[in-house]
Design a protein around this ligand. Structure first.
Ligand SMILES: [Zn+2]
Ligand SMILES: [Zn+2]
Length: 292
């Protein structure tokens, strides 16, 4: 006797849908994912990385910057950037892991920063969200010290500084001003108000927009994206999180970038192709990526 087909409850259907990757967007050539985490997207081996990047390339996402959170991740990111010509690395300790920045970590990060496949220092910055929610998160004073060290490394290596900022706008801008900002500062997953956006672009900082700019309740963020000058805007996934609307909550990957790029085009009143060209050429210029 065969088992009767089990009916799926509405909750189960919803749960299954959340695990499903979003469909491929219509291709939009020339794009670069300015900030992703390939390892967290399921990239373990060289083959995994190639598969993720093949998928991205099939919809026009030609290059990606994979960003480290901790030392293990940093070593992996550098390796991945050597496996595949479409991947580049950013190395640093995430502010939540700032307490790991001992002399050995500093020496190793300095060595990595000299690698030609490493195109940025970070993600570094301040995260005040997790300080009150996780026992493992570094204290603000420890974060600040590590942030200053990364700022200095970016200046010495001549590579862009990749900033993570969560609920720390004022302190973050103050530390940058006090330490002296490096030539290129990238505010990854920009999520501030239009006022903070204005302040950043007036200082020449680059704003990198993620899928959050497509969310229904992100009116202020779209205002920020609207006021950002052409030469200071980037697009990123921060995958595997922050999947653009209407796939919010489903797994994100670099191939989803065209959804966010199209949303930015709409906000800024330009064609999708023109937006992709601006976003792609900015990333190539800011990270000094080779032309493909
Ligand atoms: Zn971040
Ligand atoms: Zn990130």
């Amino acid at each position: 006797m065969t088992e009767p087909a089990k009916e799926l409850t509405a909750k189960e259907i919803k749960k299954r849908k959340r695990r499903q990757p979003p469909p491929d967007p219509t291709p939009l050539p020339g794009l670069v994912d300015a900030h992703t985490h390939l390892a967290a997207c399921g990239g373990r081996s060289e083959e995994d990385v190639r598969a993720i990047l093949d998928h991205a390339e099939s919809v026009g996402v030609e290059q990606v910057v994979t960003v480290a959170d901790d030392m293990v991740d940093a070593r992996w990111a550098v390796a991945a950037a050597h496996w595949d010509q479409r991947a580049f690395a950013a190395v640093g300790l995430h502010p939540t892991h700032a307490a790991d920045l001992d002399d050995a970590a500093k020496a190793e990060l300095e060595e990595m920063a000299a690698d030609p496949r490493v195109v940025a220092i970070g993600e570094t910055g301040l995260d005040y969200y997790w300080t009150t929610r996780s026992d493992d998160c570094a204290d603000p004073s420890v974060q600040r010290e590590a942030f200053a060290w990364h700022i200095d490394l970016a200046k010495r290596s001549g590579k862009p500084l990749m900033i993570h900022n969560r609920e720390a706008d004022r302190d973050l801008l103050d530390v940058l001003a006090a330490e002296g900002a490096p030539a290129t500062v990238i505010m990854h997953c920009f999520s501030g108000t239009p006022e903070i956006a204005r302040e950043c672009v007036d200082l020449g900082y680059v704003l990198s927009f993620s899928g959050t700019v497509t969310f229904n309740n992100s009116t202020e963020l779209r205002e920020a994206a609207h006021l950002t000058p052409d030469e200071l805007i980037l697009v990123e996934t921060d995958a595997p999180f922050l999947t653009p609307h209407p796939y919010r909550g489903q797994p994100n990957q670099s191939y989803c970038i065209p959804y966010t790029a199209r949303a930015l085009a709409q906000v800024r009143g330009v064609s999708d192709e023109q937006m992709a060209d601006t976003l792609g050429s900015n990333a190539r210029k800011l990270y000094s990526l080779p032309l493909r």
